[in-house]
Design a protein around this ligand. Structure first.
Ligand code: HEM
Length: 509
């Protein structure tokens, strides 16, 4: 009996020993193979949601990364997210894994022109996205194409100026963000669709109305596309009707404009972006045949991506300038010296206005209109030796990277001079792994295709407002720089409202 008990005891011990050895030899290896990025303490069911409730999302994510590290694995309910918050992690993502992270979230509704499957921005990085990307770079946003449309931008800058001049004469206050959005909306519509879409025929106003509706929906749509995907799987589309109403609005407008473009005789001069796209779509040996729906979706995406971003960047930069009288004085001095007081600033002045360029660059660093890059890992991979499963969502916190105290001196201060003095060359930054410390236009293959056009909008708008007007703040004290994410952009919680005071007599335009 005692022997039997002893044998049994030894047998159990042997079993434990075997399991222990197995786990040391084999399981340890398996664990190493699936070593996820570090993860802060989470709660059952909600995961890391509680960490995000205390502040606006980009700041909450910034707080988490400064406490737990620049590469984190988070979970919102069952939805996994990899959060990247340093230039060095961004370097590895966009230098080594760019193709793998060049897709975004899948489309929400198949049929819609907005966030639908015909869209380019949400298309996976396959033949269609590659073709469109090339088309944008070599046709629509090519330097020459942008220069050909300089006249349109000059006319819209004059319209913007006259509108402010009129307000100044009546001593009326203006919301800078709202007025700038009209300006960027007019400019982009006219650059895309030429005469077919004008202020006079109401087309431009219609685009603005529809874009405002899109932004009002976008937070709900982000939620639907992330946390509520299970509803879609059950066949329930909570926002489908709202999306389709706006989509039909765009479809009606763009179809009319497409027909007008197709019917009008070809003119080499005066080609707008729709002409260029139609021309490319008709080419016999094109690598990819784009459909009519894809053309319409692209324009909707250009409106969504371009109108508000440039307007927000202008509003933030003006707020910083008004809050910093010395910067205003230096900038105005530069413009007065180069442009003078007898004519309106124009795009061709910009190369001679380095301080204006630095001011706009600094505005975009502190207040990137797109504080996050949202991507998705197509395949599982290793980032900084950590395992990331395929289909995980990637959030790159652009806001945190551009305020990283390890890379920027006085990171939270508006100091345009930092871009004037002894800048390290691109090559030096590449060597130091800092090539991605300034990324307001995103990075890699899916970076903004209008990285050359966007700053032009902001520079001419800011230049004109500084050259022509003094700005009286409504109320007292400093402008509040409190932030909020509205639509898809980082915007001012308290929109900038000022009264323009003309400092120059009206130009004969
Ligand atoms: C100051 C102005 C602008 C800023 C700060 C800005 C910023 C951005 C950012 C951060 C992205 C995402 C990039 C990424 O995922 O890496 C993006 C994408 C995009 N932007 Fe811009 N943008 C601006 C102006 C414009 C303008 C004026 C247009 C068009 C007229 C435009 C068209 C686009 C398009 C089509 C995409 C999607 C690209 C793709 O999916 O491959 N953007 N932009």
């Amino acid at each position: 009996m005692v022997d039997e008990f002893q044998n049994c005891f030894i047998f159990i011990l042997l079993c434990f020993f075997t399991v222990f050895c197995y786990s040391v030899l084999f399981c340890r290896k398996t664990k190493l193979e699936v070593d996820f990025p570090p993860s802060p303490p989470s709660l059952p069911v909600i995961g890391h949601l509680h960490l995000l409730l205390s502040a606006v999302s980009h700041k909450a994510f910034q707080n988490i990364s400064s406490k737990y590290g620049p590469l984190l694995y988070l979970r919102l309910f069952s939805f996994p997210i990899v959060l990247a918050s340093s230039a060095s992690v961004a370097y590895e993502l966009f230098r080594t894994h760019d193709v793998n992270v060049s897709s975004r979230m899948p489309p929400i509704t198949i049929e819609s022109l907005i966030f639908g499957s015909s869209g380019f921005a949400s298309a996976p990085f396959g033949d269609y996205a590659k073709f469109m990307k090339k088309l944008l770079a070599t046709r629509l946003f090519r330097t020459q194409a942008i220069e050909n449309l300089r006249g349109v931008r000059a006319e819209e800058l004059e319209r913007f100026y006259l509108n402010l001049y009129d307000k100044a004469a009546k001593k009326e206050s203006v919301e800078i963000g709202e007025e700038t959005m009209k300006f960027t909306n007019n400019m982009i519509c006219r650059m895309c669709m030429g005469r077919s879409c004008s202020v006079e025929n109401g087309g431009i106003e219609r685009v603005r109305e529809l874009i405002i509706k899109c932004f009002a929906m976008s937070k709900k749509l982000f939620l639907a596309n992330t946390c509520l995907t299970w509803l879609e799987k059950l066949g329930i589309s909570p926002f489908k009707k709202e999306i389709m109403d706006v989509s039909h609005g765009f479809d009606e407008l763009l179809e009319r404009i497409l027909v007008e473009h197709e019917e009008r005789p070809e003119q080499d001069q005066d080609m707008d972006m729709m002409d260029l796209l139609l021309e490319a779509s008709r080419e016999e040996n094109a690598e990819y045949k784009i459909t009519r729906k894809q053309i319409k979706s692209l324009f909707v995406e250009i409106f969504m991506a371009g109108i508000d971003t440039a307007a927000q960047a202008t509003q933030w930069t003006m707020a910083e300038i008004i809050n910093n009288p010395k910067i205003l004085e230096r900038l105005r001095g530069e413009i007065d010296l180069v442009v003078g007081k007898a004519r309106l600033i124009q795009e061709t002045d910009i190369p001679n206005l380095p301080y204006l360029q630095a001011v706009v660059k600094e505005g975009l660093r502190l207040h990137p209109p797109g504080p996050f890059l949202v991507r998705r890992f197509q395949e599982s991979c290793k980032i900084k030796e950590f395992y990331v499963p395929g289909q995980t969502t990637l959030l790159v916190n652009v806001y945190a990277i551009m305020r990283d105290p390890d890379l920027w001196e006085d990171p939270d201060e508006f100091k345009p001079e930092r871009f004037l003095s002894s800048r390290s060359s691109e090559q030096e930054e590449e060597i130091k792994g800092q090539a991605f410390k300034y990324i307001p236009f995103g990075a890699g293959r899916r970076g903004c295709p209008a990285g050359n056009l966007g700053p032009i909008f902001v520079r001419i708008a800011v230049g004109m407002m500084v050259q022509c007007f003094d700005w009286r703040i409504n109320g007292h004290g400093e402008i509040s720089m409190e932030e909020v994410i509205a639509g898809i952009s980082l915007t001012m919680a308290h929109p900038l409202k000022c009264t323009p005071v003309s400092r120059l007599s009206s130009f004969s335009l």
